[in-house]
Write a new protein. Structure first.
Length: 135
């Protein structure tokens, strides 16, 4: 039987059935695409939440580090002040030591028994020169 031999209803039914099947297939494809988009949107949302939480943690870390940095800066300044004071005190002690050494050297030369002692610089060297001069 040819299509022309079939009654009008049979052709229309076949045509409507194939159009309906095509529409159903198109709708299923659209539905699959929408499901894919929804799944992707959920994944993106989850990733955004994770990234937002990570950003919050990093911000808290930066804040903590900034607080520690301020504390360390203050501590460093205090240490520098202490070192400066110690350096000044060291200079004063070196001056006192030099003064005491000079006083000690002066006392070594001083005689309290009435004998005058002359200190002659480079005595040994001068004696050798004079011995050669008088020889």
């Amino acid at each position: 039987m040819e299509t022309s031999d079939l009654p009008f209803n049979a052709t229309t039914t076949v045509s409507t059935t194939s159009a309906t099947e095509k529409s159903n297939n198109d709708l299923k494809s659209i539905h699959d695409i929408i499901e894919l988009f929804v799944t992707s949107v959920h994944r993106i949302k989850d990733e955004l939440i994770r990234l937002n939480n990570e950003l919050l943690q990093q911000s808290q870390l930066v804040e903590t580090i900034e607080k520690h940095q301020a504390t360390l800066k203050t501590s460093n300044e205090e240490s520098n002040n202490v070192l400066s004071a110690m350096n000044t005190y060291l200079i004063i002690l070196q001056q006192k030591l030099s003064s005491l050494k000079q006083e000690y050297d002066d006392q070594q030369v001083t005689s309290y028994d009435g004998t005058l002692i002359w200190k002659i610089d480079k005595f040994q060297e001068r004696m050798r020169k004079n011995i050669h001069y008088f020889s």
